[in-house]
Design a protein around this ligand. Sequence first.
Ligand SMILES: NC(=O)c1ccc[n+]([C@@H]2O[C@H](COP(=O)([O-])OP(=O)(O)OC[C@H]3O[C@@H](n4cnc5c(N)ncnc54)[C@H](OP(=O)(O)O)[C@@H]3O)[C@@H](O)[C@H]2O)c1
Length: 274
Amino acid sequence: MSTPRVLLLGGHGKIALYLTPLLLARAWNVTSVVRNADHEAEILKLGSGQPGKVSVLVSSLDDVKSVADAQSILDKVRPEYVVWAAGAGGKGGAQRTVAIDQEAAKHFISSSFATPQVRKFLLISHIGSRATRPSWFSDADWERTNKLWSSILPDYCKAKWEADQLQTALAAVTKRKEPTRHFQSINLRPGTLTDEPASSKVALGQVPIGERKISRENVALVADRLLARDDTEGWYDVLDGDEPVDEAVERVAKAKIDTIGDEDVEGFVKKFGL
Ligand SMILES: NC(=O)c1ccc[n+]([C@@H]2O[C@H](COP(=O)([O-])OP(=O)(O)OC[C@H]3O[C@@H](n4cnc5c(N)ncnc54)[C@H](OP(=O)(O)O)[C@@H]3O)[C@@H](O)[C@H]2O)c1
């Protein structure tokens, strides 16, 4: 198979800046999408001495207002893998959160599933993005999740949940309608992010949250390992923990551990009329 090209949306984000060199070290090519041309040089520098090639596409996700807008970027870049690492970051109020975290993300999800060349889509979501209490959450974990939704970040939670539901529904429908197509739909769900250097140790899969957070660099390591395998798909909750990243990804992939719990996937399919 030819060298994969990764379309990295939100290329100047903190996680994306950690992830880019990891992907280039695999001799993959990366097209990093940024909205500010001043960020181009910093990203191109990440390619120095790496076997993969990095390029920058200056384009604002604010302009991605339809599936056709996202499709035109896919047609230009022609990626095999798509990574959503963007986010409005709570700036610009509810309107921007909906425009970026929900609408633009959904447009890239729809266009990626509709593009036969795309084989993997990794969406960075968050550990509180769910509607149903999973069996492994403690009372405190569930209370914290409900508080995030009701009072701490309600607009953000709703926006991310819309994108997650669409990705999950399309993954289910694609398996049914195109059983021979290889498409890995990966929903990576970190807890609260920190700027701590990577410990390279995580709690991955069905894990209670407790007081744990996760370093952005650890998230990038896990994203890289999940993308590098051909047997990863579904939801992956992740926090800082005690298990080396490579062992954690191997364990969870081999055991096909999915953190979707009892979510109503058929309900998602109906909701989007798929
Ligand atoms: N914060 C948390 O605790 C937390 C927890 C779990 C999951 N997450 C998720 O983690 C992901 C990334 O985290 P992070 O720390 O790497 O975030 P980040 O540093 O804020 O990166 C987000 C990137 O999105 C880009 N972006 C925003 N609006 C854009 C637009 N209109 N056009 C193009 N790019 C745009 C930003 O561009 P600029 O560089 O130009 O601003 C930024 O580079 C997000 O999906 C977030 O939802 C966050």
